[in-house]
Design a protein around this ligand. Structure first.
Ligand code: ATP
Length: 202
């Protein structure tokens, strides 16, 4: 899967609709300090389901919405869309029926985030799993933020293993195992309740 387009609207410093075409090969983003280069990387991470405000250099999730400037009022919502080339049909099952996938995340003040794949509403988890299964996503080691290299060097072995697992594309399996364990626990407690009821009837 190759990213081919990134669209931003009201996201951080990108107050006006901005459409970036990501061509094949190496893409460089250059510009003066504070022009928004890191915001682009954060937009990528955000549309893939990032939910930690600290990873977005903010105090709360709504901090990604354009906060206003001397000449422009703040916006009420932010939207980022990521277009992925899926001509080789390498997208995970359930999302693999089109040559192109467009994933959109929109946040509205006091409402929260909503996700779409194409025109279909999906859950945050669906988007996170889509990217985790494709060995990428908000936590992908391919997205290197400022200060991350020194964090990596100082990381404990367990944290380093996590990075290798992300790269190997098994992060989605961990999430599924966790969800299966939760379902198992709930089934066990239901069984205990059934036993109690049967005891009372006996
Ligand atoms: P550097 O080269 O110094 O790392 P950069 O090009 O990576 O800079 P960013 O850190 O991406 O720049 O952008 C910072 C700019 O984004 C600042 O001007 C900041 O005011 C602006 N900004 C961040 N969040 C918002 C927001 N919610 N609303 C408006 N502007 C924002």
């Amino acid at each position: 899967m190759r990213f081919t387009r990134l669209r931003l609207n009201g996201f951080k410093s990108f107050v006006d609709p901005t459409d970036l075409v990501i061509s094949q090969g190496l893409t460089g983003v250059v510009g003066p300090n504070g022009c928004g280069k890191s915001n682009l990387l954060e937009a990528l991470r955000w549309v893939m389901g990032e939910n930690r405000p600290t990873a977005m250099r903010g105090g709360g999730m709504e901090d990604v919405i354009f906060a206003g400037a001397a000449t422009r009022p703040a916006r009420n919502h932010a939207e980022v869309s990521l277009v992925i080339d899926n001509a080789e049909r390498t997208a995970p099952a359930g999302f693999n029926d089109a040559d192109q996938l467009e994933i959109t995340r929109r946040i509205t003040r006091d409402v929260g985030s909503a996700y779409k794949v194409g025109s279909k509403d999906v859950r945050a988890r669906d988007v996170q799993m889509l990217f985790a299964d494709a060995a990428t996503g908000a936590h992908s080691p391919a997205l290197v933020r400022q200060g991350q290299i020194s964090e990596l060097i100082n990381a404990k072995p367990k944290a380093r293993r996590r990075i290798l697992e992300d790269a190997a594309g098994i992060a989605g399996l961990y999430q599924r195992r966790h969800e299966a364990e939760l379902r198992l626990k709930s089934a066990e407690s239901n069984l205990e309740r059934v036993d109690d009821v049967l005891d009372q009837l006996a």
